[in-house]
Design a protein around this ligand. Structure first.
Ligand SMILES: [Zn+2]
Length: 256
């Protein structure tokens, strides 16, 4: 994998930096990236401004979107129009998301967030643009990257080094076990995963999890039995091989 953006003739005809970066980073992904879902050697580009996504795999049909940033990814990343983005998260055609950090036309980091990790919670609405702005009234959004569970951030390139393709594919396959179609159920699962990740070390108890009950009740005000919901989600994570029940209300995280 070549980690440098391709040379594109006429790139300087594009006046806006964001447009140039979009073309360079998308060309890079199309030339260099394989499909993490099935291993197919390349991804294909949808026509520009496709409502669905940026890329697709002709072998397995997975769809992907790419967002790039010229600085480390940090806690949030700019996304498109809020209501369209929200509708997409709630739809069955929500794409997987590649997030790229580039520097001087080199790919420094590339992370894949599988579609199952997106919930309305991680999308933040931005203030509508002022009446004087060129796109007056436009309401944008931010992806709260920091709120996505670590399990949902699959490294493909880290510190300018490509990770082994088989490991990337294994991690993707593993995360796909957390696939939950119902967006409300998915919200619960992501919240419970986040709580588990907040507990330091590999071992935790049901009591540790109950300490998040108030916080979870605030987020899910329609649910009146939060502790039962916590136990149900722990059972799901145990069945999917993400945690192990070691008896008497004690659990161990399974990290790989
Ligand atoms: Zn594929």
């Amino acid at each position: 994998m070549n980690l440098t953006f391709p040379v594109i003739q006429d790139i300087n005809n594009y006046h806006s930096t964001s447009q140039r970066i979009r073309i360079l980073s998308e060309s890079w992904l199309k030339n260099e990236m394989y499909c993490p879902a099935c291993g197919c050697d390349s991804l294909l580009k949808f026509p520009n401004n496709s409502r669905l996504a940026d890329f697709y795999c002709s072998n397995c049909g997975e769809i992907y979107e790419l967002k790039s940033k010229g600085s480390p990814i940090g806690k949030s990343i700019l996304d498109g129009a809020y209501y369209a983005a929200l509708e997409r998260i709630n739809s069955s055609t929500n794409p997987n998301l590649f997030i790229m950090h580039y520097h001087d036309c080199h790919v420094e980091n590339l992370t894949l967030v599988p579609k199952y990790f997106f919930t309305p919670d991680i999308l933040k609405i931005r203030k509508a643009l002022s009446p004087n702005a060129r796109r007056s009234g436009y309401i944008g959004s931010m992806i709260l990257y920091g709120n996505i569970p670590e399990r949902g951030k699959i490294a493909v390139i880290e510190s300018h080094t490509e990770l082994n393709k088989n490991i990337v594919m294994q991690n993707y396959e593993r995360s796909a076990r957390l696939r939950v179609k119902n967006i409300n159920h998915r919200g619960w699962l992501m919240d419970i995963l986040t709580c588990i990740e907040k507990i330091p070390g590999d071992n935790f108890s049901l009591e540790d999890m109950y300490s998040f009950a108030d916080e979870l009740a605030l987020k899910h005000s329609d649910n009146h039995n939060v502790t039962a919901k916590i136990r149900q989600q722990l059972q799901f994570l145990r069945d999917k091989g993400f945690i192990k029940f070691t008896g008497r209300g004690k659990y161990t995280k399974i990290n790989n």
